[in-house]
Design a binder for this molecule. Structure first.
Ligand code: GRF
Length: 204
């Protein structure tokens, strides 16, 4: 069975949905470790309650991105989340990861983004969608490559934008879909049903 490492910075609701699906035996993966770059991330308590080990690596502990990521890699490896036997989920992890980290875990790091990529990458995607006047937005689970929100798409879910939506109401409806597609993507990966062919993924 693969080992899963989840990286968070805050609330951790996506992490929670993934961990709950695992504990209900819906996903065949071992939840090995949750790592946060913030000691007060709410998700840490949630992970502990669900019986998953946690570690904190504060941003200020390291001078550079590469040094920080080396630390993350050593913690992941210590818990069995390796290049050969691991999956890394970014779940609201508010750091850009280094190309070295991406290379080491090629096609083994996935992320959830609250928009239909390639639309509205980066921060505040729901606000970007509203300001653009998009009629539809949604969320995307994708592999992480060296760019920002640019890796191959695994699953997307569409959410209709309402005329009276605020950033808050739209974010809430998108989050509901995130909670469905992220565990689904982890499940597909755990069952080795995702193949990456260049920019495309093939789901079997
Ligand atoms: C989600 O909206 C996710 O798409 C984005 O950050 C937010 C994290 O929320 N990357 P949570 O910590 O999983 O509740």
């Amino acid at each position: 069975m693969l080992n899963l490492g989840i990286l968070i910075s805050g609330r951790g609701s996506n992490m929670e949905y993934i961990l709950k699906a695992i504990s209900k035996k819906k996903i065949p993966i071992n939840p090995a470790i949750v790592i946060s770059n913030k000691h007060d991330a709410k998700g840490l308590k949630v992970a502990q309650k669900l019986g998953v080990k946690i570690e904190v690596i504060e941003n200020k502990e390291c001078k550079s991105r590469v040094e920080y990521d080396k630390k993350i890699i050593s913690v992941l490896s210590k818990h069995g989340v390796t290049q050969k036997n691991g999956l890394v989920c970014l779940a609201g992890f508010m750091r850009i990861i280094s190309p070295e980290f991406v290379k080491k875990y090629k096609n083994r790091i996935i992320n959830i983004h609250p928009a239909l990529l390639p639309a509205f990458p980066g921060l505040h995607s729901q606000k970007q969608a509203l300001e653009y006047g998009a009629k539809y937005s949604g969320c995307t689970v994708h592999f992480v490559d060296a760019g920002i929100d640019t890796g191959p798409v695994i699953i997307q879910a569409v959410v209709k934008v309402k005329e009276d939506d605020t950033e808050e109401t739209l974010s809430k409806r998108i989050l509901k879909e995130e909670h469905k597609i992220y565990p689904e993507a982890v499940n597909l990966f755990a069952r080795r049903r995702i193949k990456v062919l260049g920019r495309k993924t093939i789901i079997s």
